[in-house]
Design a protein around this ligand. Structure first.
Ligand SMILES: C[S@@+](CC[C@H](N)C(=O)[O-])C[C@H]1O[C@@H](n2cnc3c(N)ncnc32)[C@H](O)[C@@H]1O
Length: 492
């Protein structure tokens, strides 16, 4: 099986575009995004003067990092053309033979050669930025920022200059190794002719994998599906049905069901989603209040729970897991599911909640908590213990490895009958709810354990975290999860 996957970004892209894909492939393959000079970590280097120099630069990066155990090459959009030319000329470039060439949203070499036009015809920065936005290669929020848009359009210009010197030479040996094409069904740059063009270029029919309803930016729009298909391709086209792959499938399915992207339930109307229309991006980043889903934290924060739990299991960090603020139970259910998936029977998930909503803040409470007045939402926030137990049972995950702590945190947390914790997940939104939990639980957190702060984006919650960290001299770095939540790992 291929151990290392080198990745070449699209025109104007940096190695960072493969971040999500890398995360989804972690553990299965060594993913090594390549960076051309003049951008990202190589921003201070002189950009390549022409296409041939870019090919030589990519080949050098591969030579320096290629393991003896085989490697494959993925290129996205114009990065696919660069990858193809590197793979095609691997002997001349002093490279071992790649095992596979994988092209994402990449029109054929003839298309690229024909599309190259003199710089005068490229239009203004604004035109280029608009084209990038339309292809999903640049978020509109970034495009409207003049400095950011100038940076990205500058990179596109650099790469488009490389293409102006590109000549496609159809002669030559066939590739001699498998080629797979990943095409979005709604990508305006690829069509039925793309596979035919690649067949001609490769000298054999490519394996074509179509992704329904996907546009051009497959690696950033649909990293999870891309990772799954890439894994299949890199495993020799076989679907891996081993225990690790099946564990990952179970946990992925749990995340989809717990966030209810499966049936796309509409959010409850709120100030931040007044239209109450299902939006996959909001759901994945936990920015709506789902009407049915069992968690509101979104898939990315569930990914973070999974990686923290798996890290403590791998490192043998002693202790149970606790969530303070469980609402319908979804995130705690997911913690129990991860234990189930790994066959862990000696750890417990503790679920602490009033099971009737947010506390009514009294006089003398933190002014920020008073201003938020979250108890106004208790018709939504108050979920009974019976309902949460039923939700656990629905997934077959209600057993003696789950313990509930019903009541206000200030009453229940001081006497939690647990000695060691390996993970504390704070999700009580308020200053008071966050601080009480840290005050009573942090001393029990084993070194190597994690604190996850779901509501780091909320001012009062962030304030409580920093007050606590300052008071206890905690300096371990805080890491962002998804722009909303954050976490740190206790080292001592
Ligand atoms: C944002 S919700 C939790 C979301 C949940 N983690 C999920 O996966 O969707 C906040 C929860 O914290 C609980 N809560 C907040 N402060 C509390 C306190 N001081 N004592 C008990 N429960 C509290 C509320 O009842 C509510 O269920």
């Amino acid at each position: 099986m291929t151990a290392t996957l080198f990745c070449v970004p699209h025109a104007g892209g940096t190695a960072g575009v493969f971040q999500d894909l890398t995360r989804h492939l972690a553990g299965a393959f060594q993913v090594r995004p390549l960076e051309l000079p003049g951008r990202g970590a190589r921003a201070r280097e002189r950009p390549c003067a022409d296409f041939a120099e870019a090919i030589r630069d990519l080949a050098r990066q591969i030579r320096e990092a290629a393991p003896p155990g085989g490697w494959a090459l993925l290129g996205h959009s114009m990065g696919g053309l660069l990858a193809y030319e590197v793979a095609r000329d691997h002997r001349a470039l002093g490279l071992t033979r790649p095992e596979r060439l994988l092209l994402s949203a990449c029109p054929g070499p003839r298309w690229h050669a024909a599309a190259a036009e003199p710089e005068a015809g490229w239009g203004s920065d604004r035109d280029i930025a608009e084209r990038l936005v339309a292809l999903g290669g640049l978020p509109r929020e970034v495009a409207v920022d003049a400095d950011a848009a100038a940076y990205f359009t500058g990179l596109v210009r650099q790469d488009a200059r490389l293409l102006t010197g590109y000549r496609y030479d159809p002669a030559g040996e066939p590739l001699g190794f498998p080629l797979a094409l990943f095409l979005g069904s709604a990508d305006p740059l690829t069509d039925a002719g793309t596979a035919a063009e690649w067949q001609e270029a490769a000298g054999r029919p490519p394996r074509v994998r179509r992704i329904a309803d996907a546009g051009h930016s497959l690696v950033t729009e649909r990293p999870e599906e891309m990772a799954r298909m890439l894994s299949e391709e890199l495993s020799g086209g076989q679907v891996d049905m081993g225990p690790d792959a099946n564990r990952e499938r179970y946990l992925d399915l749990m995340k989809k069901v717990l966030t209810n992207v499966v049936y796309e339930d509409a959010p409850l109307p709120s100030e931040w989603s007044p239209d109450a229309v299902f939006d996959p991006v909001s759901r994945s980043t936990g920015l709506d209040w789902p009407s049915q889903a069992h968690t509101m934290v979104g898939a990315r924060r569930l990914d973070n729970v999974q990686s923290c739990v798996e890290q403590v299991l791998r490192d043998g960090v002693p202790g149970d897991f606790i969530e303070t603020g469980v609402w319908r139970g979804g995130t705690s259910i997911f913690m129990r599911a991860v234990l189930q998936a790994w066959g862990v029977t000696d750890r417990t998930v503790w679920a602490a909640d009033s099971f009737r909503g947010m506390p009514e803040v009294a006089d003398g409470a933190h002014p920020g908590d008073v201003a938020l007045g979250t108890h106004r939402f208790n018709d939504v926030m108050g979920v009974s213990l019976d309902t949460v137990r039923r939700n656990f049972r629905t997934y077959g995950l209600l057993d003696d490895q789950v313990r509930f702590l019903p009541g206000w945190f200030k009453d229940t947390l001081p006497s939690v009958p647990v000695r060691d914790l390996a993970l504390i997940r704070l999700d009580g939104d308020l200053y008071e709810s966050t601080m009480v939990a840290l005050d009573h639980l942090y001393a029990k957190l084993s070194p190597g354990g994690f604190v996850i702060v779901d509501d780091y984006i909320i001012d009062v919650c962030r304030q409580a975290v920093h007050d606590f960290r300052d008071r206890h001299g905690i300096t371990e770095p805080l890491h962002d999860i998804d722009g909303v939540g954050a976490y740190w790992r206790r080292t001592r």
